[in-house]
Design a binder for this molecule. Structure first.
Ligand code: TLP
Length: 347
């Protein structure tokens, strides 16, 4: 069966152009810094994100962890949203491996944290307290509906960081989705941040890999952290080659995913038993909520969609996440719409 997979944009397979670039990539040992394709990817990434330097890492999780390890000493504290991926879904790596304390602040539905709550979380100089060293943001914000943090918001948080001698890290796993949705350059969007991690392996369709960007001195520290975490790869140009194609050919088209997500969300929200959990999608994610009186619960829904060749994620709490990506074409969207109608119009 040809599956339609809406569980995530991480499921995207490389495009034919990526596979060809991978097969023909010029290679070297990247731990020696001698892989020309990795070096090219890193230069291109730094340039697109407006930072001095960049480092290729195997995953977004390692990217966030290596960046945070490079920013913080053991016992330092980071300020981080309660819905953020790093806090919820990265196996507690910053605490387990970095000895770093988290000051958890509440994310609003749009992925922001109010400025005054960030300021209130910054510790004063007192032996009893951990030392605040980093503010972490996420853009787009996954668990907040794929929402987008604006340039103004990030600049304001950047000002708070600067005033207090702190740094800011952005988990920009989907930073290109955010930039495209806002119509600004990714460099402008991350300008106030000391570091950003973005993923090649989500909407951009590369098979693996993320990139951390920041200034030269910071990237040198990240290099050591990556080695310590076991992320120093050898002929990694095979993967980086797909990343270069991703950056060169897959960024502008993300707007197509956003348009499809909006269209599908509007259709589905009009069905009985379903409502949108956030406002109309700003990017490629649709979060739906099953009405309490709907007779089907999450796991059963996943099974019923699987019977129709469609993979979706649904939680026990009745939330469904659908993620639109390159491999979801108009035909697939029509099939998905039909499947929802069959289940919800006749439930
Ligand atoms: N997110 C995945 C799951 O882990 C939830 C998904 O399907 O959305 N930051 C953000 C904002 C992410 O959404 C993810 C992956 C990561 C970091 C981690 O990236 P990887 O999977 O490459 O370690």
């Amino acid at each position: 069966m040809e599956w339609i997979d809406l569980r995530s944009d991480t499921v995207t397979e490389p495009t034919p152009e990526m596979r060809e670039a991978m097969a023909n990539a010029e290679l070297g040992d990247d731990v020696y810094g001698e892989d020309p394709t990795v070096n090219h990817l890193q230069e291109l990434s730094a340039q697109m994100l407006g930072k001095e330097a960049a480092l290729f890492v195997p995953s977004g999780t390692m990217g966030n962890l290596a960046a945070i390890l490079a920013h913080c000493a053991r016992g330092d504290e980071i300020i981080i949203g309660d819905h953020s991926h790093t806090y919820l879904y990265e196996a507690g790596g910053v605490s387990a491996l970095g000895g770093i304390h988290t000051f958890v602040v509440k994310n609003r539905d749009d992925g922001t944290v109010p400025h005054d709550e960030i300021e209130a979380a910054i510790r004063s100089d007192n032996d009893h307290f951990p030392i605040t060293s980093l503010i972490c943001l996420e853009n787009t914000h996954n668990r907040c509906g794929g929402s987008v943090l604006s340039v103004d918001y990030i600049q304001d948080v950047g000002r708070i960081a600067e005033e207090h001698g702190l740094r800011m890290h952005i988990d920009g796993a989907r930073i290109f989705n955010a930039a495209i949705a806002l119509g600004v350059s990714p460099a402008e969007l991350v300008a106030p941040a000391a570091s950003v991690t973005f993923c090649l392996s989500k909407g951009l369709c590369a098979p693996a890999g993320s990139v951390i960007c920041g200034d030269e001195a910071f990237i040198q520290k990240v290099h050591r952290a990556r080695k310590m975490l076991g992320g120093g790869m050898r002929q990694a140009g095979v993967l980086a080659a797909a990343g270069v194609v991703a950056l060169e050919t897959m960024v502008d088209r993300l707007s197509e995913d956003h348009i499809k997500a909006r269209r599908l969300a509007e259709t589905l929200a009009a069905l009985p038993g379903l409502s949108l959990d956030y406002e109309t999608p700003a990017t490629n994610m649709i979060f739906l909520r099953l009405d309490v009186e709907t007779p089907i619960e999450g796991e059963e829904l996943v099974r019923r969609f699987a019977d129709k060749g469609i993979k979706i994620s649904a939680s026990r709490a009745g939330q469904i996440r659908l993620v639109i990506h390159y491999w979801v074409d108009d035909g697939a969207l029509a099939q998905v719409t039909e499947a929802f109608k069959e289940l919800f119009l006749h439930a």
